[in-house]
Design a protein around this ligand. Structure first.
Ligand SMILES: *Cc1c(COP(=O)(O)O)cnc(C)c1O
Length: 369
C-alpha cells in the first residue's frame, strides 16, 4: 500500500482508497474497431439534423459567463409536458446514471440497503457500493422475469431502503407487467426505483403510477431513445417531496447549459424521434423472427432495443466468430446466471442483416462438436 502517515496518525495510511471501494471492478464495455458495432445499446441513427441546427443556434444566445439555471426550469417543464406530469415532479441530471447516483446519495449510504434482482444492470450494484450502500441480491426466474413471491420474501427479510427494478431489463430485455411493480410497491418499506432507460421501446411505462402517495420513482434517459448518448442527459419522475430532496443533494449547477438546452430543443422533434423508435422496434421484431428460425439458439423476448440470445454451445466462441466477421456484440457468456449469453443491439437494417448473416455462418460451428 502506498500510504503516508499523517500527524498524530502514526501507522494509519491516509493516501489510500476506501477499503470498501478498492475491491470494486471498473465498469466497462470493451470497444473493438469493427465495421458493425452492436454492443452498447446506443441508437444507430444520429439525431435529426434540424435538431442539431436549432440547438446550436439557441446555444449562441446563452450568456456563457453566467452559471446555468440551477433548477433547469425550462427543461423540467418541457419534460413534464411530454410525460404528462408537472415540472415539480421531474429531476434532471447528467445521464440517468447520475439520477441513480443521486437517489443512492439521498436514500442509500452507510448502514442502508438496496435490493437488486439479478441478472440486471451491473451499474445499480456498482453505484450502491460506491455510495456505501449494502446490496441485497434477489434472483430472477429462469425466464428472467421477477419472481414476485421471492422478491416479497427478500424485501420482508432485509427491509431495503431502495428497491431497484430495471424494466425493460438490461441485459435480458424482460418487461415487467404493471402488476409486478404494484406488488413491489405494496411490500417495499422504502423507495422503489424503476429504471426505464429503454422505456420508449416497451408497451407500457410506470410513469403513470407516480403519485404523491407512492414512494415510486421512474428513471429515464435521452441516451438510448433520443440518439443523444454523447450529451449525457437523464431524468426521473417521482413525487414532489422526493424531487425536492434530490435537489438538495445534487451538486449546484451540475447540469451544463448546453445539456439543458439540448434536452429542451430535442422535445420539439418528438415525431422524428418516435419514427426512430418505431424503426428500431420493427428491427427488433425482425431480428427475433430471423433468430428464431436458426437451429441451436434460444432467443429471449425483448421490450428494448436489444435482444439476448443463448446458443446451445460456447457463447464466448460464438462472440469471437462474430468479431472475426466484423460484428461486435456484448459478451455476457461468463456472467453469473447468463452462461453463454450474448446481447445484440438493434442496429440499422443493414447492420442487422450483417449480424444475421454472421450468425448463420458462425452458429453451426459452436453448436456442432
Ligand atoms: C444505458 C443505461 C442507463 C444509463 O444511461 P445514461 O446514459 O447514464 O442516461 C441506465 N440504466 C440502464 C438500464 C441502461 O442500460
Amino acid at each position: 500500500m502506498t500510504g503516508t502517515e499523517g500527524p498524530g496518525q502514526v501507522g494509519v495510511p491516509l493516501v489510500a482508497r476506501r477499503d470498501d471501494i478498492s475491491a470494486l471492478e471498473a465498469y466497462h464495455s470493451p470497444q473493438l474497431d469493427v465495421p458493425v458495432r452492436l454492443n452498447t445499446n446506443e441508437s444507430p441513427y444520429p439525431p435529426p439534423p434540424d435538431f442539431v441546427d436549432a440547438w446550436l443556434s439557441a446555444l449562441r444566445e446563452v450568456p456563457l459567463n453566467r452559471y446555468p439555471d440551477r433548477s433547469a426550469r425550462g427543461l423540467r417543464s418541457a419534460i413534464a409536458q411530454q410525460q404528462g406530469t408537472t415540472a415539480d415532479r421531474v429531476f434532471c441530471a447528467n445521464g440517468s446514471n447520475e439520477v441513480l447516483q443521486t437517489l443512492f446519495l439521498t436514500y442509500g449510504g452507510f448502514g442502508r440497503r438496496a435490493a437488486v434482482f439479478e441478472p440486471t444492470y451491473a451499474l445499480h450494484s456498482h453505484i450502491a457500493r460506491i455510495t456505501g450502500t449494502e446490496v441485497v441480491v434477489g434472483e430472477r426466474r429462469e425466464d428472467f422475469a421477477l419472481d414476485i413471491d421471492a422478491a416479497a420474501a427478500l424485501i420482508a427479510e432485509t427491509a431495503p431502503h431502495l428497491v431497484l427494478v430495471c424494466s425493460p431489463n438490461n441485459p435480458t430485455g424482460t418487461v415487467e407487467p404493471r402488476e409486478a411493480i404494484e406488488a413491489l410497491l405494496a411490500v417495499a418499506p422504502g423507495i422503489v426505483v424503476v429504471d426505464e432507460a429503454y422505456g420508449e421501446f416497451a408497451d407500457w411505462s410506470a410513469v403513470d403510477l407516480v403519485s404523491e402517495e407512492r414512494p415510486l420513482v421512474v428513471a429515464r434517459t435521452y441516451s438510448k431513445v433520443w440518439s443523444m448518448a454523447a450529451l449525457r442527459l437523464g431524468f426521473c419522475v417521482g413525487p414532489r417531496w422526493l424531487v425536492r430532496e434530490l435537489d438538495e443533494v445534487v451538486l449546484p449547477y451540475h447540469l451544463a447549459a448546453p445539456t439543458q438546452l439540448a434536452g429542451t430543443v430535442a422535445l420539439r422533434f418528438e415525431s422524428e424521434m418516435a419514427a426512430r423508435v418505431q424503426r428500431l422496434v420493427d428491427g427488433r421484431e425482425e431480428l427475433v423472427v430471423e433468430l428464431s428460425k436458426l437451429e441451436g439458439v434460444d432467443v429471449f423476448p425483448s421490450g428494448a432495443n436489444f435482444v439476448l440470445i443463448r446458443p446451445h454451445g460456447r457463447g464466448h466462441r460464438l462472440w469471437e466468430l462474430l468479431v472475426d466477421r466484423g460484428v461486435l456484440v456484448r459478451d455476457f457468456s461468463e456472467w453469473p446466471r447468463l452462461d453463454d449469453c450474448l446481447r445484440v443491439t438493434v442496429g440499422t437494417v443493414e447492420e442487422n442483416q450483417r449480424f444475421l448473416a454472421a450468425m448463420r455462418e458462425a452458429l453451426p460451428e459452436v453448436t456442432e462438436a
